[in-house]
Design a binder for this molecule. Structure first.
Ligand code: NAD
Length: 496
């Protein structure tokens, strides 16, 4: 059985642990590899190496650090299909979706290649007579990242390229459910010329994460994952005096006004709700139909009914299986709960079968209408191909509903009214807003700005905020006694 290596001090090594976690293909549940629960001694080595290499990496000129990112971007593009295939096999994502996962990571690497201008400080001359003040942006030290299963290329690439371009060293603890993609990312990073030991990759679960959260050598922790773990990471990391950014779960609403284009609404809802089997933190899981727009629910049902899950390399499949049998069980039990609570189950994805793959974690497209805010299917992040439709009378009711949600990752509005769009983007208490765009994930020159219960911390991922997160600002106030200094030299007469 293939084992997933640790990447410590620039070497890909087999862990000495006795505890291993099965990595499975979600379309068959066959075990395709085993990931180690990194031992305490191996964790120590990873942290110590990262600390040692930081001393030299932080002195590496910023343009050299940028060039590593340029070469890395080119290599990731060259290996795009190959990485996507690894990713498809361990997540079940369709090949096109897997390519998108890798591509959005590549875009962050491109952004990290701009690091010289992103790290410019500020200057003011003559803050007092002959006194200037200027600031430098300097790296923090050893940073760590803990990533979820649902984007095993994009989310590690949100983190380590930006942190390392800033001059830090990094320890990545990817999801134990799909560690093969991050391992390939690390191999290519070294091939791109990243010095050995700048990036370490360790594997495991809570025990390994706890070491990263408490070890005093680690200065900053980036986390992406579910709400309970995200809260725990933020509380524990900050209690241990670390800088923490913690991206957590979501429940994203699309508000549909009757003046929107019906076909655009239907197409957007299908892709944004069940795409990637609904396992996206920016998936649309709630559609809020305002007034007569609710007459379009049968059209949404017809479009969703035509969508089929299937294997990663099945060109006719719109999405793949959910990640594990436990995830499937949870999604199916939430569907049952929605039905029991009185929502109208218009499409039931339970018991879904895909020919030739009887053991996969399949869930068919599922649609509810008549969903109310007190129902579990509204309150819980289902993380499956399930869309909940809600009906409200007015635009104001829709805004109030969205603003009452404890989450604030993403939302979208479908309308042909500029005034309505302007009102929505201004009043809505959500960090990423799409106007006639279903999944408004900002490109990396902006930042990924979830709000409320979807994010704990202040500086967000990528963009300028990532540079602030991974650096300290040093502000220097300097006075040079120009005339006195000149008077001491032999050139004093000429200088005058
Ligand atoms: P998860 O919280 O189960 O796991 C995330 C990471 O935390 C993994 O590396 C895991 O090993 C580790 N972990 C798990 N339990 C832990 C514990 N008790 N203590 C310490 N570490 C622990 O999340 P997941 O199921 O892998 O990912 C799906 C979740 O991630 C969803 O809730 C989704 O919304 C969220 N997500 C959020 C964003 C965002 O930007 N807000 C992006 C992607 C995914």
């Amino acid at each position: 059985m293939k084992t997933v290596p640790l990447y410590i001090g620039g070497e890909f090594i087999e862990s000495q642990t006795e505890q291993w976690i099965d990595v499975t293909d979600p379309a068959t549940n066959e075990v395709i590899a085993r990931a180690p629960c990194t031992t305490d001694a191996e964790m120590r080595r990873a942290i110590d190496h990262a600390g040692e290499v930081f001393k030299t990496w932080k002195e590496t000129p910023v343009s050299e650090r940028a060039r590593v990112m340029m070469r890395y971007q080119a290599l990731l593009k060259e290996h795009h299909d190959e990485i996507a295939e690894i990713l498809s096999k361990e997540t079940g994502k369709t090949f096109d979706d897997a390519k998108g996962d890798v591509w959005r990571g590549i875009e962050v690497v491109e952004h990290a290649a701009n690091i010289p201008s992103l790290m410019m400080g500020e200057t003011v001359e003559n803050v007092a007579r002959e006194v200037d003040t200027y600031s430098y942006i300097q790296p923090l030290g050893v940073c760590a990242g803990i990533t979820p299963f649902n984007f095993p290329a994009m989310i590690p690439l949100w983190m380590f390229p930006m942190a390392i371009a800033c001059g830090n060293t990094f320890i990545l603890k990817p999801s134990e459910q799909d560690p093969l993609t991050p391992t390939r990312l690390a191999e290519l990073f070294e091939e791109a010329g990243a010095p050995k030991g700048v990036l370490q990759v360790v594997h495991g679960g809570k025990e390994q994460v706890d070491i990263l959260l408490t070890d005093p050598a680690i200065k900053a922790v980036s986390f992406v994952g579910s709400v309970p773990v995200g809260r725990y990471i933020y509380e524990t990391g900050t209690k241990n005096m670390k800088r923490v950014q913690s991206f957590a779960g979501a429940k994203n609403h699309m508000v549909i006004l009757p003046d929107a284009d019906k076909q655009q609404v239907v197409n957007a809802l299908v892709g944004a709700s069940v795409g990637a089997a609904g396992q996206r933190c920016m998936a649309i899981s709630v559609a809020v139909f305002v007034g007569e727009a609710q007459e379009w629910i049968p059209d949404v049902k017809a479009a969703l009914a035509a969508v089929k899950p299937g294997a990663w390399n099945d060109k006719g499949a719109s999405y793949g299986p959910v990640i594990s049998p436990q995830a499937k069980k949870r999604v199916e039990s939430l569907i049952a709960q929605g039905e029991a609570e009185g929502a109208n189950l218009l499409l039931d994805g339970r018991g879904c079968e895909v020919p030739g793959l009887p053991d996969g974690n399949w869930v068919g497209p599922t649609l509810f209408s008549g969903v109310k805010p007190e129902m579990e299917i509204y309150k819980e992040e289902i993380f499956g191909p399930v869309l909940a439709c809600m009906e409200v009378d007015t635009f104001g009711d829709a805004i109030e509903l969205v603003n009452n949600s404890p989450y604030g990752n993403g939302t979208s509005l479908y309308t042909s009214s500029g005034g309505a769009a302007r009102r929505y983007q201004h009043e809505i208490e959500v960090g990423q807003v799409g106007i006639n765009v279903p999944i408004p994930v900002p490109l990396p020159f902006f930042s990924f700005t979830g709000w409320k219960g979807s994010f704990y911390g202040d500086q967000h991922a990528y963009g300028k905020q990532a540079v602030r997160f991974y650096t300290e600002t040093k502000t220097i106030t300097a006075r040079w006694f120009a005339k006195d200094a000149i008077a001491e030299t032999n050139f004093s007469i000429r200088m005058r």
